[in-house]
Design a binder for this molecule. Structure first.
Ligand SMILES: [Zn+2]
Ligand SMILES: [Zn+2]
Length: 108
C-alpha cells in the first residue's frame, strides 16, 4: 500500500485540485476539482481534477465521490452511503437553543 503525500494545508474554499508535486503554491494544479478523496479513516482528504484523480489512483484511499457544494467546507461531514459531503443533523445546536429558551427549574 502506498501512502499519498498529503502535503501542506490548503485553502480549499474554492475547491481547487490539490495536486502539487513539489508541495508549493507555484506547482499546485488549482484547476476546479471534480473528485473529493478520503485518504484515510482519520478523514485526511483531498481534491483532484479528472487528470489527477487518475494519478491519485495509485495511492491507497478509503473513499471518493464527485465534488459537491459542501465538499471541503468547514464543519461538513463525509457521508459514505450517500457519496457526498454535507452537514450532519444540527441536533446539538437545537438542544442548546432549547436549553437557553426553556427556563430550568431549580431543584428544591
Ligand atoms: Zn489537477
Ligand atoms: Zn466531499
Amino acid at each position: 500500500m502506498i501512502t499519498p503525500p498529503l502535503g501542506r494545508e490548503m485553502d480549499t474554499s474554492r475547491q481547487p485540485c490539490g495536486y502539487s508535486p513539489g508541495d508549493t503554491d507555484a506547482d499546485t494544479c488549482m484547476r476546479p476539482a471534480t473528485w473529493h478523496i478520503a485518504w484515510d479513516v482519520a478523514m485526511e482528504n483531498g481534491l483532484a481534477c479528472d487528470e489527477h484523480m487518475a494519478s491519485a489512483k495509485k495511492f491507497a484511499y478509503v473513499d471518493r465521490h464527485p465534488v459537491g457544494a459542501d465538499c471541503s467546507m468547514p464543519g461538513s461531514a463525509w457521508f459514505f452511503e450517500e457519496q457526498r459531503c454535507g452537514y450532519p443533523d444540527e441536533a446539538p445546536v437545537l438542544q442548546l437553543a432549547e436549553a437557553l429558551t426553556v427556563p430550568t427549574k431549580e431543584p428544591k
